[in-house]
Design a protein around this ligand. Structure first.
Ligand code: FES
Length: 216
């Protein structure tokens, strides 16, 4: 199964409607734009549909969004098929997106792919039999300073997991499998994109920095 190809007909649902709570969110997005410009809300409303539908967009959901925003179906479909953040087929309740672009590759993304294969038996474009995990290789996610990294998306959250290696990738996957939320961000303890050994500039502000770091 590929996240970029529509799911086969036999798993496409016949209907999709936003829940009442999500319709309130749809109107919230529409109201950000001038009257008659509701199509500007297309991206967040498609994402809301994806989140409501177990992290993938069936055709009927794209149609429903197009109808609400009064845009031609093909326009909504063009957007859904262009941006890789939209899954056109089920990619697991935890969709693992590993960056394989050059900086991540140079810093060891092959070991991340190996860890996912060893822990979950997954390679690109596959989903575990229980539907819990799916994996795709993606292009740069803009976090090259903490390479190698991956994003994991569910219906409720998207987080980056950074400074990965074989061991810490397996560990965080084991935590997810046991229902725990792994540490988000760097898996090697650094704050944001500071050097691994700690800050090397603005050291006169070090005491304030250290205090805030300790305070969490
Ligand atoms: S190359 Fe991997 S996040 Fe940029």
């Amino acid at each position: 199964m590929s996240a970029r190809q529509p799911a086969p007909d036999h798993i496409q649902p016949r209907e999709f409607k936003f829940t009442k709570d999500n319709m309130d969110i749809v109107y919230h997005h529409i109201n950000k734009y001038p009257e008659g410009r509701q199509q500007s809300a297309l991206l967040p409303v498609l994402m809301l549909a994806q989140r409501q539908h177990e992290n993938w967009l069936p055709r009927v959901a794209v149609e429903h969004v197009a109808e609400i925003l009064n845009v031609p179906y093909i326009r909504a479909w063009e957007v859904a098929t262009f941006y890789t953040m939209y899954n056109l087929a089920p990619m697991g309740r935890h969709h693992i997106q590993i960056c394989g672009t050059t900086p991540c590759w140079l810093c060891g993304s092959d070991e991340v792919f190996r860890a996912v294969k060893d822990e979950l038996g997954l390679t690109h474009g596959h989903v575990t039999d229980d539907g819990e995990f799916g994996m795709t290789e993606v292009e740069c996610l803009g976090s090259c300073a903490t390479a190698p990294m991956m994003q994991i998306s569910t219906s409720n959250w998207d987080h980056y997991f950074e400074d990965l290696d074989y061991e810490n990738t397996r560990k965080l996957l084991q935590e997810l499998k046991s229902g725990k939320m792994p540490k988000i961000g760097s898996q090697k303890g650094r704050v944001n994109t500071e050097p691994m050994e700690g800050p090397t500039t603005l050291l006169d502000q070090q005491s304030d920095y250290e205090k805030s770091k300790k305070a969490g």
